[in-house]
Design a protein around this ligand. Sequence first.
Ligand code: FES
Length: 162
Amino acid sequence: MTFSKDITDKVAELVKRYPEGKQKSALIPVLHLIQETGNLSLTIEQMDAVAGLLNITPIEVYEVATFYTMFNLKPVGKYVLEVCQTGPCMLNGSDQIIDYIKQKLNIKNGETTADGLFTLKTAECLGACGYAPMMQLGKTYKEFLTPEKIDAILEDCRKAIL
Ligand code: FES
C-alpha cells in the first residue's frame, strides 16, 4: 500500500526533527499519525508501509506497535476506555470500575460494543496514580472514577455523536 501525499509530507516533516540517519526516531509519532488519520488502528499493511517510509525493517515497526498499548492492532470503537489496572489504581478500586464497564456495556476487556462506540482496554500505570482509579479516554484523563462517573462519561460520549 501507499500513503497519500499529505501523509508522506507529514511523515517527512516528522523525520526532519531528528538527525540524519536517525529516521527510526520518528517511528512513534509516525505511527500516531497513521493511526489517527485512519480508523484508529494499525494494519499490517500500514506498518509495512511505515517501515518502507522510514527505511527500517517491518519487525522494527511491529516491535514498537505491539509494545505500546496506545497503538491498536485491531479496529476499535470511537471511544477507547483505557482503565489503569496497576497497583495504586487497583488498590483504589480499578477492578470494580473495569467490572462495572464490562457489565454496563456488555463487553469483555479488549472488545468493542456492537454499535462500534466503545472499546474497553486495560492499561498499565498512566502516571496519574494520585488520581486513582483513573482511565484515559482519547487525549483526556478521567480521574477518581466511580460507577456514577462512568455513567456520566458514557452519556457524554453518546451525546457527542448525536
Ligand atoms: S497506577 Fe494508575 S495511574 Fe499509576
